[in-house]
Design a protein. Structure first.
Length: 124
């Protein structure tokens, strides 16, 4: 009997929120939704690239997916196991199987420069 295929990594309604502002009054604190209810499946052999504008939450999402940053809500499964609330000690052996490639700011294209100049930079 064949096993039912399952995603390697599954995120369900994943969110990350940060409190902004310091006040003893909760009504005066703001909440920034860095990642807001993202759901995705990554299957064995797949590579996921996250593309978006500066400050849209790409790195935060990646950090949440590999649990370098605690998630605020939602579910996260790796190889069918819930890792949403796993301790750092429990995550250590799993991290050998996960990888996040951080964005390289020097690799992004500056919209203020001409395309020809940007492409010629590596040859100078």
């Amino acid at each position: 009997m064949n096993a039912v295929p399952r995603p390697l990594l599954r995120a369900g309604d994943l969110s990350k929120r940060y409190s902004v502002g310091r006040s003893i009054f909760p009504a005066q604190r703001r909440t920034v939704h860095a990642v807001d209810t993202v759901s995705l499946d990554i299957w064995p052999g797949e590579t996921l690239g996250i593309v978006g504008e500066s400050g849209c939450g790409k790195s935060t999402l990646g950090r949440c997916l590999v649990r370098l940053t605690e998630i605020s809500s939602g579910s996260l499964e790796f190889e069918g196991r819930d890792i949403s609330e796993a301790s750092q000690r429990q995550l250590r052996p799993l991290r050998r199987q996960m990888q996040m490639v951080f964005q390289d700011p020097s690799a992004s294209l500056n919209p203020r420069r001409r395309v020809g100049d940007l492409l010629a930079d590596p040859f100078r």
